[in-house]
Design a protein around this ligand. Structure first.
Ligand SMILES: [Zn+2]
Length: 292
């Protein structure tokens, strides 16, 4: 028997997908076009490199300007990697598309405190981004007769994304895409999170950072920080999670940060985040985060 209600639900969703189309997730063919929700961040950048290199797919990247504080710097990173990928993988990184969609809108965003964001993030934020990916796939079919089945995100297992079960959310989006469009070939998933795909061996941020170093991906050009300053602040959730992964990988993070935290401070903050995610926050961590 499954231990967690989500495990039962996951099994049920997998069963529906098998019934509807005979598989849960499939690896794309060589040269098959896919959509990737690119953010300019560390994870989405490395994961795109992994599937370009390992699967030899063609990527139609979609960059969504969400009105976030760091949008300008995320876009600089996205632009840099558009050029980088086009040079490294000629003909495989196609027609980068940027769209403006405020997610969540300002009037909703302002109701969330910093602690709320650490606790739960913006509800349904990823689902909105993913549904835009599906919409883009359908539009490419209509306009250019390009048949895209796979819509990918850069979600990784140790991401700080507040989901009790991230793969379940993605399979639910796959289910919804089938129901909504009538096309049961569509998939919304993350290549490194999906155990049915062979690159899921790159399981954690540490794994993908090591891969990136080996393949000389210029990680100093990625943008993880969610703050609005040009230099990453060093102490937002994303900066902590990134620096923590570099510490665990035993590799020096090539970025400079405004606030230089010690390894111990980074590890302590990251552990407090993990406690929140597991919903067993101790009084001490809560107090620590209130001052953070
Ligand atoms: Zn930051």
């Amino acid at each position: 028997m499954p231990n967690h209600p989500d495990e039962l639900l996951l099994k049920q969703v997998e069963d529906i997908l098998i019934k509807q189309r005979g598989y849960i997730s499939r690896k794309p063919e060589e040269n098959e076009p896919v959509i990737f929700l690119a953010t300019g961040g560390l994870d989405s950048t490395i994961i795109q490199y992994i599937i370009l290199k390992e699967w030899k797919v063609k990527i139609y990247p979609l960059f969504i300007k969400r009105g976030a504080k760091a949008s300008e710097y995320e876009e600089i990173s996205f632009d840099f990697f558009c050029e980088f990928f086009s040079k490294e993988f000629p003909g495989k990184y196609i027609n980068p598309l940027k769209i403006n969609v405020e997610i969540p809108p300002k009037q909703i965003k302002e109701n969330f405190s910093k602690l709320d964001l650490i606790r739960q993030g913006y509800p349904m934020r990823n689902s909105i981004l993913e549904s835009l990916g599906v919409s883009y796939a359908v539009s490419l079919k209509l306009k250019n007769d390009i048949d895209i089945k796979e819509i990918y995100t850069g979600i990784i297992s140790d991401d700080f994304s507040f989901k009790p079960n991230r793969i379940l959310s993605l399979y639910m989006m796959t289910l919804l895409s089938g129901v909504n469009t009538g096309n049961w070939n569509l998939s919304v998933t993350s290549p490194v999170l999906d155990k049915y795909l062979d690159v899921s061996r790159f399981h954690t941020k540490v794994d993908i950072i090591k891969y990136a170093i080996k393949h000389k991906i210029p990680l100093e050009k990625t943008r993880s920080c969610t703050n609005g300053s040009e230099m990453p602040d060093g102490d937002c959730c994303q900066c902590i999670t990134r620096q923590y992964a570099f510490i665990k990988a035993g590799i020096k993070d090539p970025l400079n940060y405004t606030k230089k935290l010690s390894e111990n401070e980074i590890i302590k903050l990251k552990n407090s985040f993990l406690e929140i995610e597991k919903k067993n926050l101790s009084g001490e961590s809560e107090e620590y985060l209130r001052n953070y």
